[in-house]
Design a protein. Structure first.
Lengths: 464, 305
């Protein structure tokens, strides 16, 4: 059951002499090295490349194969030769009292919000109006959009326990809603934002209604199928969506009617500022931040409502839920629609940020990335999802910035291609190590503050 | 009529490939009740292994006999892909049995992302094309100005699939491993009590599923001639659809489901619209799961409390 470490540890408990332990470790390590060699053999040893006449030829990379095998050998040897002490039996730790957790979470949350509010101004001061654009847009707005999406999916996956692999479909619905309504009928962003949310919620209900009685992994696969269907339709319905070419020149966001342009009617003129394109980004940043905080506030409130409690009960045990009289289909639909509407609004913001939408932004990999944020951060933990978004999205943007790596690994080195590779490894590692996610402190939404005296006299009056 | 016959041939060829992949899904689902999301990417990996080995044999070693190269590539690719699947099960799934409900599926999604990106990083983003092989064509009939053809590839694909499915059927029905496998599928705790090594049986199930996926990968690269690191996803979902359509857990169901999906996809592309051929497969998946969750041959899923 315990994997390949078992023979070594049982051997070493019988005979603790160093030499026999090392011999066993060497055998284990040799096996690991051989296996790694087998895994790396064709796929790492030769890279298929095209030559000038467009034919494939093989470029060998044997040193890398031997390095991988050697690394596996060394690591396995270290693990086997110096085994860690047997894991202590997990005792139920008396956690910190709920009040302390609440305080810590509040402090962290307060500091985080303060830092976020200060972020664009700090960037502006540090890099100037032109230099700050990249930081506010790529780091600020993009990460916040993912936080928003992560929090939306968190309601579905983290709270209600429904694995939705087609979440990006609702994001696409919101983005295309804004793109189409604003370019064809000239609707303003402020009108489109709620409409995008409502449309996405409608799609959530329409797609959710038939599938929500399925068991967990079937539901995941069906949502994946729906997500792909929506993407294929967006690609092929060229009359409406312009297909792969996407929709261009979506109106930029305006400051409640004052556009961010140079000239007498622009935002800068209104406040007597010198026009700079960064104003629009700063406004967008605060807008996404406000929406994210609103979603966060509502989610935290939701957990105290009967509906939120029903979500969490559903996640823990659906059958018990049903036998307690909770309408599971309606509860699941609500979770689905709530999550979808948040994705829809995030989609409208995404379209407003990019001024351009195309189906390539809404692939399964995008759904998987958002799911990874929820899984890595800790299903149900708001702070965890936000930190995961900063780590995954901010981390990969940072990788993009690191030109120094090119000097080490050669010019063709593109660090961003490792992003999803790392995300995949992290998801597997997280499930093995901490299946409930990095920050798994979910404070109970209901607990006794003080033991209440229960005496017959009170009970008779109905107080107990 | 001639077009119909041609599409029938094409559909059966494609369906054989889907059926081979579907068996891996259905066996793993039958024995540990998880959707092995990474199975499609294991298939893609095997096609890459086959491509590289084929190039190595023909370019570096200089084998000129195509048939010999094919046989060597087929068996080597089966062995190497099985090794991958064995390790994947060890690393990503074994310790998650008994974890919370969605953990194995999430781990499998992570593994799927890892595999496709690993191949992307190691082999680059471009489509990789095999030099055309087995291109001989047999004219079956002629009518209405349209030749119905049967290429050597198609004969090879259907033939290899049939032979391997025969071997596989023998393995599951007649050997002690097959008996253990079926026992674990019905009740793994009881099987363990009766002295069956459940872990080993599950490992072997993954290995056999991967070996059949590797056969599919070799046949796929011969049939289409092109592979890309993203090509595991859609065939994977279609093969899963085949497994669901046939009834998850049912081996003949998986093969029949594969043939049906292959035929439906081919006819859909021929008579309606090739842009929407994937929509057809995905819709069948959704409709089957919603209205016929136990598929054509599956046991109904009885929920015990």
């Amino acid at each position: 059951m315990q994997g390949s470490a078992q023979p070594v540890s049982s051997l070493s408990s019988r005979d603790t002499s160093r030499s026999s332990r090392f011999r066993a470790a060497l055998i284990e390590a040799a096996k690991a090295g051989a296996i790694m060699f087998g895994l790396a053999f064709p796929i790492l040893a030769w890279r298929t490349d095209l030559n000038f006449s467009n034919e494939l030829f093989l470029r060998s990379r044997w040193p890398a194969v031997f390095a991988a095998a050697l690394a596996a050998f060394v690591i396995r040897f270290m693990l086997a030769a110096w085994p860690r002490r047997a894991a202590k039996t997990v005792t139920a730790k008396a956690g910190a009292p709920p009040h302390a957790l609440t305080m810590a979470a509040r402090l962290a949350g307060g500091a985080g919000i303060a830092a976020l509010i200060a972020f664009p101004l700090v960037m502006l001061a540090a890099f100037g109006p032109a230099g700050a654009q990249k930081w506010i847009d790529n780091f600020g707005v993009q990460i916040l959009l993912y936080v928003l999406l992560g929090w939306g999916l968190n309601i579905v996956v983290g709270l209600a326990g429904l694995l939705d692999l087609g979440y990006v479909a609702f994001y696409a619905v919101g983005a295309y809603a804004y793109a189409l309504l604003s370019t064809t009928w000239g609707w303003s962003f402020w009108l489109c934002l709620p409409v995008a949310g409502a449309l996405a919620a409608l799609w959530g209900v329409a797609l959710g209604l038939p599938v929500l009685r399925l068991r967990g992994d079937y539901l995941a696969i069906v949502t994946l199928a729906f997500g792909e269907i929506i993407r294929i339709v967006l690609t092929n319905w060229t009359a409406l969506t312009n297909g792969d070419a996407g929709i261009n020149s979506i109106p930029r966001i305006s400051f409640f009617g004052w556009p961010f342009v140079a000239g007498p009617h622009g935002f800068a003129a209104l406040f007597g500022l010198k026009y700079a394109p960064v104003h629009r980004l700063i406004f967008l940043f605060y807008l996404v931040l406000a929406l994210a905080l609103l979603v966060n506030f509502l989610t935290l409130r939701l957990r105290r409502l009967p509906l939120g409690r029903a979500f969490e009960a559903l996640r823990e045990d659906e059958i018990a839920c049903r036998s307690l009289g909770i309408d599971t289909v309606a509860t699941k639909l609500t979770a689905f629609a709530l999550g979808a509407s948040i994705a829809g609004m995030a989609g409208a913001l995404f379209a407003a940020r990019q001024n351009f939408v195309s189906p390539t932004s809404f692939t399964f990999m995008e759904s998987a990335t958002i799911l990874a944020l929820v899984v890595l951060g800790g299903s149900g933990s708001q702070l965890g999802v936000a930190l995961a978004a900063i780590g995954v999205i901010g981390g990969s943007e940072l990788l993009r910035e690191l030109d120094g790596l090119k000097a080490i690994f050669g010019d063709g080195f593109d660090p961003t291609q490792y992003r999803m590779l790392i995300v995949g490894v992290a998801m597997v590692a997280m499930m093995n190590w901490k299946p409930r996610g990095l920050i798994a402190i979910r404070k109970p939404s209901i607990f006794l503050v003080k033991a209440k005296p229960v005496v017959g006299a009170l009970a008779q009056e109905g107080h107990g | 009529m001639e077009i119909f016959l041609q599409q029938l041939i094409n559909g059966i060829t494609l369906g054989s490939i889907y059926g081979l992949i579907a068996i891996g899904y259905t066996m793993v689902f039958g024995i540990i009740g998880m959707v092995n999301f990474a199975h499609g990417d294991v298939f893609m990996l095997s096609a890459f292994i086959a491509l590289i080995l084929f190039l190595a044999l023909t370019q570096l070693i200089g084998i000129t006999s195509l048939a010999l190269a094919f046989v060597v590539v087929l068996f080597a690719s089966m062995a190497l892909t099985s090794l991958w699947s064995f390790i994947i099960e060890r690393i990503a799934y074994r310790r998650l049995r008994g974890s919370f409900r969605l953990a194995p599926l999430i781990s499998a999604i992570g593994m799927s992302i890892f595999l496709s990106n690993l191949v992307y990083v190691l082999q680059g983003p471009r489509n990789k094309a095999l030099p055309p092989a087995f291109t001989e064509v047999i004219k079956v009939t002629h009518g209405g100005g349209y030749d119905v053809t049967l290429s050597l590839k198609q004969v090879l694909i259907v033939g290899v699939t049939a032979v391997l499915l025969g071997g596989f059927w023998f393995l599951v029905q007649k050997t002690s491993f097959g008996r253990a496998q079926r026992a674990c599928e019905q009740d793994s705790r009881m099987a363990a009590l009766l002295g069956i090594d459940v872990d080993r049986t599950i490992s072997l199930t993954f290995v056999i599923g991967a070996a059949l996926a590797a056969v599919a990968g070799v046949l796929y690269i011969i049939y289409y001639g092109v592979i890309n690191s993203g090509d595991g996803f859609v065939p994977g979902v279609k093969a899963f659809t085949a497994a669901v359509l046939g009834g998850v857990g049912s081996l003949p169901g998986a093969v029949l489901g594969g043939l049906l999906i292959g035929l439906i996809e081919t006819f859909w592309a021929a008579y309606f619209s090739s842009d929407y051929k994937d929509v057809a497969a995905f819709s069948i998946l959704a409709v089957t799961l919603i209205f016929l969750p136990s598929g054509l041959f599956g046991r109904p899923d009885v929920e015990k409390v």
